[in-house]
Design a protein. Structure first.
Length: 228
């Protein structure tokens, strides 16, 4: 190991990643609580929850688990963060929904839009913090990267995956509405903006430590003797 390279400790990485996951779950729960349309990936989850009566965290956990397994089958990068996201994101969303339901309820379309936009910002912030932790990709990212390495570009795979989930979930009776489009178009810019903020702060990616400059020794020059 190069002593000049600075790396975060595993505890710091775990704490930062967990904080990002909690914020991400809060953002998804806020979008769901606004009831103006779920995110593209969560439209299927809302359809399954309505058909079965399960808490929405159960289908979210199942879908993320399926994406992680698909990425692993395609020899993609599946790490501890991928598995942890698949197991923890759904239950965290359920907890946030319970917290939102116990709070003050305002029956207003304007308030619902505020909650939706705050949810989009929180999703971007949570994703940015998770990326800054450097621990590993989410199940969706792992799946999209694994597929893109075989044939298509990552942007096309990501867009195609989200459109497919939204279409299937909408046909099955999921929460497909104008909010779905807002989430699809807003999360990307929110993530990019938060990444610029996060990388300038205390969560900036670690890198080589600046080398210490040794003080230069002053060399006394002897006066030149002119020939007489």
């Amino acid at each position: 190991m190069n002593p000049s390279t600075h790396r975060r400790s595993p505890i710091v990485v775990l704490v930062v990643w967990t904080a990002g996951l909690v914020v991400l779950a809060a953002g998804i729960a806020a979008v769901l609580a606004a009831d103006l349309g779920a995110g593209p990936l969560d439209v299927v989850s809302t359809a399954v929850a309505r058909l079965t009566g399960w808490p929405i965290g159960v289908p979210i956990m199942a879908i993320n688990g399926a994406l992680a397994l698909a990425a692993w089958h395609l020899s993609g990068r599946v790490g501890a963060a991928t598995v942890a996201t698949a197991l923890l994101l759904g239950p965290l969303i359920d907890l946030w929904l319970i917290a939102f339901a116990s709070g003050p309820h305002v029956d207003s379309v304007r308030w619902a839009w505020v909650v939706l936009l705050v949810g989009v910002l929180l999703i971007g912030l949570g994703g940015a913090v998770q990326i800054a932790s450097g621990w590993g990709p989410s199940p969706l990212d792992a799946f999209c990267v694994a597929v893109s390495e075989r044939r298509w570009s990552l942007r096309r795979v990501r867009t195609g995956t989200e459109i497919s989930f939204a279409a299937v979930g909408g046909l099955a009776g999921g929460a497909l509405s104008v909010g779905t489009l807002v989430v699809a178009l807003g999360v990307g810019p929110a993530l990019a903006g938060w990444l610029r903020v996060v990388r300038r702060g205390p969560l900036a990616p670690p890198g080589p430590r600046p080398a210490r400059r040794r003080p230069r020794r002053r060399v006394r020059r002897r006066p030149r003797r002119h020939p007489s």
